[in-house]
Design a protein around this ligand. Structure first.
Ligand SMILES: [Cu+2]
Length: 139
């Protein structure tokens, strides 16, 4: 009688431990699942983003590749980056809600976006007025 109860208790402990492990794995999605991430290429040009309107899936891993083929530009999306789970190694590439992309360079950021509608623009003086605006829709 006593032994049977003991076995049941240890089975419950094993189940609990397994559950905790998978919860931890999900929490580290942005950095550890980067290999499975979908790559989205975003071009910064004079004076537009391509594509201008991004459609992403909430909770999915993405590799965002920002390539600048023109003057100095940035990709400003403060609310988008604030809500997303950015891989720790890429967090330093987002400053004040913006990713600065020097001419002829590519900046890569791994993240998991959160549902919402976000505005994007280039923060360089006058660039938004010249057409460097867009949206990100995460469903
Ligand atoms: Cu610009």
């Amino acid at each position: 009688m006593f032994r049977r109860i003991a076995i049941t208790a240890s089975s419950a402990l094993l189940l609990a431990a397994g559950g905790a492990t998978s919860a931890l794995a999900e929490h580290h999605l942005a950095s550890e699942d980067a290999a499975d991430a979908e790559t989205i290429a975003i071009t910064l040009d004079n004076f537009s983003f391509g594509p201008q309107d991004l459609q992403l899936e909430a909770g999915k891993s993405y590799t965002l590749e920002f390539t600048n083929v023109g003057f100095p530009h940035d990709f400003t999306a403060a609310e988008f980056f604030a809500a997303a789970e950015i891989a720790p190694e890429d967090a330093g590439k987002v400053m004040d809600g913006a990713v600065d992309v020097a001419p002829e360079t590519t900046v890569t950021i791994h993240l998991v976006p959160a549902a919402g509608s976000y505005d994007i623009l280039c923060g360089k003086p006058g660039h938004a007025d010249l057409g460097m605006t867009g949206t990100i829709t995460v469903n």
